[in-house]
Design a protein around this ligand. Structure first.
Ligand SMILES: C[S@@+](CC[C@H](N)C(=O)[O-])C[C@H]1O[C@@H](n2cnc3c(N)ncnc32)[C@H](O)[C@@H]1O
Length: 383
């Protein structure tokens, strides 16, 4: 991107933010800004704090701490997110709600970029809101107001645009979901249920005809698909063409943010699953697939599958399922079979010539023996 168009970078420079290359350079920045004692205290507190709410309070104990820490840690994320927002600014209306604003870096960018809009930025962390207010004062922004509140406690008011970035993972109702090796859509449903209440709350704040903009750290997995279904169930139609994956680094580690926009419509919304499938442009002559692409292929093949020819599930001694192998024949073609191998590390789905069945079954038997030797419990799946 040309430098003059890189609004994200310009904004970071105005705020004096420099994304840190690694934890060491982050520490150096904090030391320079806060002094050694405070930098040591902050690093120690933050890395040891397991309560995420408390962590935000500690990080935002002062303006310098909040902005320096967030800027050094997440600077590249802010830069990419700001640039995506600048490219998609037409989806933002006159009234904007920013849910989970933390120290206000994104909210203030919105206020600067969109002087004719009014931004209401909320956060359930009191210190974060204090730092965010100070940032808006420093930048002399007058089209923004802040509220110390949880989304669940907000009144009935709705907004033209609801923006929320990196908040979903903090609003998961049930974190104990284990891998199930069930068909993809069942897995998506399972994960979607864990954030359904939050999806409903967010969607409830969008005016009819308004837009939700959600930027979340994530990947193309059942959690993401479940989240899309949640939004859809609350009347939000996904704007496919605006979907973007922002590749960022946070203290030297690669991370992906998924940016989605969805419009609140009365009538039939979009087809979420068709959008999901469009994320995996499979070559027509492929026959071996891995990961969530493989799970998608299997999901799409389900209506064509006949009986299961072999199937085993693997369990740990504690009874948790940790893998599955299965082979099916097709209902209406005899020349091919479908093979599924799923474990917590890797999933493979293959479409093979039916003549390979004995060899595949021999390999499955070998894998079962190996797993048993490793102490896993192998159970035959009854079709
Ligand atoms: C990871 S930070 C992200 C901050 C900001 N959106 C960004 O991307 O830089 C999450 C913030 O959202 C706030 N938050 C999470 N869930 C919330 C909720 N239900 N209501 C209000 N604030 C929430 C947390 O207190 C925290 O400050």
């Amino acid at each position: 991107m040309e430098k003059e168009k890189d609004m994200g970078l310009r904004y970071l420079m105005e705020l004096g933010i420099r994304p840190a290359r690694d934890k060491k350079s982050m520490y150096t920045q904090l030391k320079k800004q806060l002094g050694q004692r405070e930098a040591d205290r902050l690093m120690e507190q933050v890395w040891q704090e397991s309560d995420v709410q408390r962590l935000y309070d500690v990080k935002n104990e002062s303006y310098e701490k909040g902005i320096t820490f967030s800027g050094a840690y997440d600077g590249d994320i802010y830069r990419k997110a700001c640039n995506w927002i600048a490219r998609n600014q037409d989806v933002f209306g006159e009234t904007i709600l920013d849910v989970g604003c933390d120290c206000g870096i994104m909210s203030c960018f919105l206020a600067k970029l969109l002087p004719d809009s009014h931004i209401t930025a909320i956060d359930r962390t009191e210190n974060a809101v204090k730092v965010a207010r100070q940032l808006a004062e420093t930048l002399q922004l007058h089209n923004i107001s802040f509220l110390h509140a949880d989304l669940a406690a907000l009144g009935e008011q709705t907004y033209d645009t609801v923006f929320s970035m990196r908040t979903v993972h903090e609003n998961i109702a049930n974190r104990d979901i284990q891998p199930s090796f069930a068909p993809l859509l069942e897995q998506a449903q399972l994960y979607g249920n864990t954030v359904a209440d939050y999806g409903q709350l967010l969607a409830g704040k969008v005016k009819a005809g308004g837009t939700l903009v959600s930027i979340e750290r994530g990947e193309k997995n059942p959690m993401f698909l479940g989240w899309l279904f949640d939004l859809h169930e609350n009347g939000l139609a996904l704007h496919w063409q605006r979907y973007a994956e922002l590749c960022c680094t946070a203290v030297g580690k690669q991370t992906i943010l998924q940016a989605i926009t969805a419009v609140k419509k009365d009538a039939e919304a979009d087809n979420v699953y068709a959008f999901w499938c469009s994320l995996f442009p499979m070559a027509a002559d492929s026959w071996l697939f891995t990961g969530w692409e493989g799970e998608t292929v299997l999901q799409n093949l389900l209506p064509q599958l006949g009986s299961m020819l072999s199937g085993y599930q693997f369990h740990t001694k504690d009874g948790d399922i940790c893998g599955k192998y299965a082979v099916w024949k097709f209902e209406n073609r005899g020349d091919a079979i479908v093979y599924y191998q799923g474990s917590t590390e890797k999933t493979t789905v293959g479409i093979y010539a039916a003549s390979l069945l004995p060899e595949i079954q021999r390999q499955i038997k070998q894998l079962c023996d190996t797993c048993q030797k490793q102490g896993l419990v192998v159970r035959k799946i009854m079709d």
